[in-house]
Unconditional design. Structure first.
Length: 128
């Protein structure tokens, strides 16, 4: 199972970071970031299968691909921002993590605006 690989990488990275932290905190943060990046890239490699299924479903349901693309971008922003914020927190920079999360929320609203407008226009057409 792939989860055991992820856990193994995480535990090895954690143990390395703990041992290195005693001597050099900066290197420990770097070990933590690299471990997180490896896990993130591993998970990201599995996303293509999910995207293919969603594209097939959207095509079969005759959904405009613009909406699916926008939703996938929003999901991507959420995951990447979460990763960046966690790295900042691991480095002890909570205020930077909060700024990353705020920027991600703003970007999500900007991307979601056309979908919100389309939904409101559809609702207004239904109201006599």
């Amino acid at each position: 199972m792939e989860i055991f690989q992820v856990i193994g990488i995480g535990l090895i990275g954690t143990i390395l970071a703990i041992f290195v932290k005693e001597r050099n905190k900066e290197i420990a943060v770097l070990v933590s970031v690299v471990t997180g990046l490896i896990i993130f890239l591993f998970a990201l490699s599995r996303v293509s299968a999910v995207i293919n299924v969603l594209e097939k479903l959207a095509f079969n349901a005759n959904v405009n691909m613009f909406y699916l693309t926008t939703v996938l971008k929003i999901i991507g922003i959420a995951y990447i921002a979460e990763f960046g914020a966690q790295v900042s927190r691991d480095a002890g920079e909570v205020s930077i993590a909060l700024k990353i999360e705020l920027a991600a929320k703003v970007l999500v609203i900007v991307l979601a605006l056309p979908i919100i407008v389309a939904i409101l226009e559809s609702v207004l057409r239904l109201i006599p």
